[in-house]
Design a protein around this ligand. Structure first.
Ligand code: ADP
Ligand code: MG
Length: 254
């Protein structure tokens, strides 16, 4: 059965201020979507809300995944159900290798006997095989997994670690928020190549970005424009081209 994430009339407040004002969106496994919008339109608020960040208070509407409401679920329960949300991992953990971090992450998501994915825990040898397979798929150097998590990582390497985590967890829906600051061209390429390598019938991907240029590398089937806490237009790849040419002006309320 196709897994579907359905967001209906979602209203979210941050510190008493309404940021998302009735947002509707549906993403199916197998689809690549992009949300684009000007700074401050609420894109990251949507990502944090989907993740279950306690600061983002849902005051109306619904978020359902595989027919189940996400709103009562903790972030790790959401992950076990098959949703991946890319974090920016600002914390470096000296002494913890990326491989060991990934092992813990995979155990946490797959290990539970009755998790949402129905995937069994992985024995060590299986984990190694999977890690090698994914690193090959993503054209990553094997030595990368031995490095300590985020210690001295460049922007591109942090993105590489994030994409590798996404590959290892094999989520049914992945949400990548390309925050507005400091995504250099290297990081942008890593994200794009990763998304392109991992996209397929088993995964739905939502790329949230304010950079139109990322769409030179990723070809989403669906493009949405977000302005002032709502999706104000949806279309195909041609919408991204139009935004690149014209900007957001026509969507801004006068
Ligand atoms: P975008 O990602 O589209 O640039 P954000 O979701 O980051 O937009 O922000 C939307 C609005 O919500 C902004 O006005 C911002 O100031 C406010 N906001 C977002 N997160 C917080 C927060 N943690 N605390 C206070 N205000 C916030
Ligand atoms: Mg943002």
């Amino acid at each position: 059965m196709t897994a579907t994430l359905t967001i209906k009339d979602l209203r979210v407040q941050v510190e008493g201020k309404e940021i998302l004002k009735g947002l509707n969106l549906e993403i199916n496994q197998g689809e690549v979507h992009a949300i684009m919008g000007p700074n401050g339109s609420g894109k990251s608020t949507l990502a944090y809300t989907l993740m279950g960040h306690p600061k983002y208070q849902v005051t109306g509407g619904s978020i359902e995944f595989k027919g189940q409401s996400l709103l009562e679920l903790s972030p790790d329960e959401r992950a076990r159900l098959g949703i991946f949300l890319a974090f920016q991992y600002p914390v470096a953990i000296p002494g913890l290798s990326l491989a060991n971090f990934l092992r813990s992450a995979v155990d946490a998501v797959r290990g539970a006997p009755a998790n949402g994915n129905g995937k069994p825990a992985l024995p060590v040898a299986e984990f190694r095989r999977l890690l090698n397979e994914k690193m090959e798929l993503l054209q990553m150097d094997k030595t990368f997994a031995r490095r300590y998590l985020n210690e001295g990582f460049s922007g591109g390497e942090k993105k590489r670690a994030e994409i590798l985590q996404m590959a290892m967890l094999e989520p049914e829906i992945a949400i990548l928020d390309e925050t507005d600051s400091g995504l250099d061209i290297d990081a942008l390429r890593v994200v794009s190549q990763g998304v392109n390598a991992l996209a397929g019938p088993n995964i739905g991907i939502l790329v949230i970005t304010h950079y139109q240029r990322i769409l030179n590398y990723i070809k989403p089937q669906f493009v949405h424009v977000m302005v002032q806490g709502q999706i104000v237009a949806s279309g195909g790849p041609e919408l991204a081209l139009q935004l690149e040419a014209e900007g957001y002006d026509r969507y801004l309320k006068k």
